[in-house]
Design a protein around this ligand. Structure first.
Ligand code: NDP
Length: 244
């Protein structure tokens, strides 16, 4: 039977590549969107490229919204086998200027979301004896980043969640892993002024930004049978920018 993958925030720069590669690998793919308006064009582009994705509205920072999304998804498609917690935001400011709402927003979307979304699907994976949870963190959760106390804390917290849940569900055939991308050439990063981008690239030993497709291929591998012995890991994909 075809396995079902859910990618939260799958209409973004990295999410789109993840959805497409999972579909190319033979999975049925569902995604979520939170910003009204963008989904029609994204789905139309995907259809034109030969993909048949399912999209569900969901605010990952809100538990009730995640429960409603899970109910709608189950009714339409059945049980989720592979969950990619990809939705995320930044609200950058030095700690001195960081506002309380911007702290909460980043915690809600990047960290609370792991509880809100995983809670909907992990029990069922355990009961069925197979599952994959893949959490998209960041290099900045590993090394900290100036101007990102909120984002660095939330992204580091994601891996704490991964390590604990991995231990709880390992015997049930469910793996839980974090991946920590460095700078990836998404719209957001390409919008950074060229001189700042060049400075960033100067810090990357491989000498270039990563590609969304490179992140996606790591996820396809983690979702596969061959990755069944990898759990509780935090896999860096950063061109050598941060090691250890
Ligand atoms: P994008 O901004 O392109 O996409 C983020 C996605 O998250 C969007 O689809 C957005 O959906 C969704 N999202 C945001 N807020 C919510 C919410 N409250 N509820 C549901 N969905 C939400 O980002 P990227 O593709 O660049 O990043 C994807 C992940 O990778 C993020 O977790 C990011 O932190 C991480 N990352 C990115 C790096 C990079 O270089 N780009 C580097 C390291 C990590 P919508 O538009 O519908 O709101």
């Amino acid at each position: 039977m075809t396995r079902l993958a859910l990618v939260t925030g799958g209409m973004g720069g990295i999410g789109t590549a993840i959805c497409r590669q999972l579909a190319d690998a033979g999975y049925q793919v569902a995604t979520t969107y939170s910003r009204t308006g963008r989904q029609e064009q994204w789905l139309a582009d995907a259809t034109a490229a030969g993909y048949a994705f399912h999209a569900f509205e969901c605010n990952v920072a809100d538990y009730a919204s995640c429960s409603a999304m899970a109910a709608a998804l189950r009714e339409k498609l059945g049980e989720v086998d592979i969950l990619v917690n990809n939705a995320g935001i930044t609200r950058d400011a030095t700690f001195r200027k960081l506002s309380q709402p911007d702290w909460d927003a980043v915690m809600g979307t990047n960290l609370d979301s792991l509880f809100n979304v995983s809670k909907q699907f992990v029990d069922s994976m355990s009961e069925r004896g197979w599952g994959r949870v893949i959490n998209i963190s960041s290099i900045n959760g590993q090394k900290g980043q100036f101007g990102q106390t909120n984002y660095s804390a939330a992204k580091a917290g994601m891996h704490g969640f991964t390590m604990a849940l991995a231990q709880e569900v390992a015997r049930k055939g469910v793996t839980v892993n974090t991946i920590s991308p460095g700078y990836i050439a998404t719209e957001m990063v390409m919008a950074v002024p060229v001189e700042i981008r060049e400075r960033i690239v100067g810090q990357i030993p491989v000498g270039r930004l990563g590609k969304p497709e490179e992140v996606a291929s790591l996820i396809v591998w983690l979702a596969s049978e061959m990755a069944g012995f990898v759990t509780g890991a935090n896999i860096a994909i950063n061109g050598g920018q941060h090691t250890g």
